[in-house]
Design a protein around this ligand. Structure first.
Ligand code: TEU
Length: 536
């Protein structure tokens, strides 16, 4: 059904296609595998899926290095398989979002092969090429996210090219109008194949300063000491000129104009540890750019405390009251949150309910609904180039990318019939497989199902207003709904918390989630307890 607002408050389930379900026994997941498992996602109560890249790719960054935007990599299947996936998803009431990696291509993309030939070919300006400084060094001080300078020397053109990630991921030059047009055509291609929206990879990296000015050093108060400086260049520079240039807003408006006739939506991933919320406000307010942004606030190593939650919402509201976030605790780039934050099952349950009560849309990452911890991947089994480079200080992203576990009594968890999977299935995950949890009262999977159903049953949790969260120690509370119809209170800690009850008459809801009921006019929340109430 045509509903241009479908994304608002939606729960989007992220699929990492290499690791969801292998249908042809090569040890790598594929599109047919995903199609076969869509019932699980519909049964969970999600509104949409986001599939990480499945396009033709040399797989140096596992699909985030695209060599053909308009085809499926043979490893994952065919365009016909994709059409079948979309058809089945729509039959189940699931919207389909795909992951467009527009900021850079693979160095094997025909556009880059042509562009690097010489300085006069028709695609000579399609990438960010620059002459060396007089002493032969790189044009400026910009750094790559995956370590080292963001510039790679090319002997043939005798120039440097910009790469924000691997050297095999050259950055497209969005100052070139033909590049913008070609990328809008990519979006049209997939919209015509009935996708409902896009996750836009590194949306704030599209446009770099046309004068290639040096970034200033990062002021100490903005440094994030939880990330080792060798591992993440965010600790060295204020990313003033290499990303998020004002011209990006013009491109996003063009992108939105492509989406509108289809009722499609986009969520932009904002990779900026310092100014993510500010950038989200720029990109999502006004209704003429992208609908949602995906900031990194809840993906940090530091646990989402009551204080961090209230600060985040206060900052976000100050930047733009109509900004629309898409929250996530876990994804294919970070340590799974249960491990990252050291959560017990009780704590994880409370965080799940909290996520379902927040204003914004939500992304869940495959396996999160099983309460999976990060997998231990031995050095010999590492696949992620980012991890191989920085081991052991940073172990890379493989520990959150191991295969999904479907069957507890199967060596590869029912993921594949192959001898080996591309990443090992974590032995410790098997006991948490879907087969071990489905239909079992009190399991994490059933808790997620109930939490999603709860959000659905109370539309004000999806689209209603939210008061600024009030934090007191580890406890936090807020009201949802335009008239504050729902009261939500959480104890995000181990120490019992006394909380003031809101004024007015209320009746408790969410018993099926384990919400507690105030007794004798007082609200005392034990460790990781929460209370949900509806105004009478
Ligand atoms: O990630 C963008 C991003 O900023 C990440 O580099 C993140 O900081 C890092 O992975 C943390 O470990 C996107 C994709 O999600 C990621 O998988 C890709 O490698 C990257 O873009 C390049 O396309």
């Amino acid at each position: 059904p045509f509903d241009p607002d479908w994304w608002r408050g939606a729960v989007i389930y992220q699929i990492y296609p290499r690791s969801y379900q292998d249908s042809d026994g090569d040890g790598i997941g594929d599109l047919k595998g995903i199609t076969a498992r869509l019932d699980h996602i519909a049964g969970l109560g999600a509104d949409a899926i986001w599939i990480s890249p499945f396009f033709t790719s040399p797989m140096k960054d596992f699909g985030y290095d695209v060599s053909d935007y308009c085809d499926v990599d043979p490893m994952f299947g065919t365009l016909a398989d994709f059409d079948a996936l979309v058809g089945r998803a729509h039959d189940l009431g699931l919207r389909v979002m795909i992951d467009l990696v527009l900021s850079h291509t693979s160095d094997q993309h025909p556009w880059f092969r042509e562009s690097r030939k010489d300085r006069t070919n028709p695609k000579a300006d399609w990438y960010v090429w620059a002459d060396p400084k007089p002493d032969g060094t790189a044009p400026n001080n910009w750094l790559s996210i995956f370590g080292g300078p963001a510039w790679q020397w090319d002997g043939r053109r005798r120039q440097y090219y910009l790469h924000n990630f691997l050297t095999s991921q050259p950055d497209l030059n969005f100052h070139c109008p033909d590049v913008q047009e070609a990328l809008l055509d990519v979006a049209r291609f997939w919209l015509d194949r009935r996708v409902d929206g896009f996750r836009l990879d590194t949306i704030n990296f599209y446009i770099a300063d046309r004068y290639l000015r040096d970034n200033p050093p990062l002021p100490p108060e903005l440094r994030n000491d939880t990330i080792a400086p060798s591992v993440n260049p965010y600790n060295h520079q204020l990313h003033l000129f290499d990303k998020n240039q004002p011209e990006n807003l013009e491109f996003l408006k063009k992108f939105r104009a492509v989406l509108n006739p289809y009722g499609a939506a986009a969520v932009g991933e904002v990779g900026d540890a310092q100014r993510g919320l500010e950038i989200m406000a720029q990109y999502t307010s006004g209704g003429d750019k992208v609908q949602m942004c995906y900031p990194f606030e809840m993906l940090q190593p530091a646990r989402l405390t009551a204080r961090l939650l209230s600060d985040t919402f206060a900052r976000m509201t100050a930047e733009a009251p109509d900004a629309w976030p898409c929250w996530a605790y876990s994804n294919h780039d970070v340590v799974r949150h249960v491990t990252r934050w050291g959560l017990s099952d009780d704590a994880a349950r409370a965080y799940t309910v909290l996520l379902m009560c927040l204003r914004g849309s939500v992304c869940l990452y495959q396996g999160e609904e099983l309460g999976l911890p990060e997998a231990d991947v031995a050095y010999e089994d590492l696949q992620d180039p980012y991890g191989i480079e920085f081991w052991p200080e940073f172990k890379g992203r493989d520990g959150c990318r191991t295969p999904m576990v479907w069957e507890a009594d199967n060596r590869l968890g029912g993921f594949s019939v192959a001898e080996r999977a591309w990443l090992p299935v974590a032995g410790a995950h098997l006991a948490r497989a879907v087969s071990a949890q489905a239909g079992r009262t009190g399991s994490m999977l059933e808790h997620y199902r109930a939490a999603l159903a709860f959000r659905h049953a109370h539309p004000m949790l999806r689209t209603g207003a939210m008061t600024l969260p009030k934090a007191a120690g580890d406890a936090v509370s807020f009201l949802r709904g335009d008239d504050g119809q729902v009261f939500c209170a959480f104890n995000l800690g181990e120490v019992p918390a006394d909380m003031p009850l809101p004024e007015g008459k209320w009746h408790p809801i969410g018993a099926e989630l384990g919400a507690v009921t105030p007794a004798g006019g007082a609200l005392v929340l034990g460790p990781w307890q929460f209370c949900l109430m509806q105004r009478i």
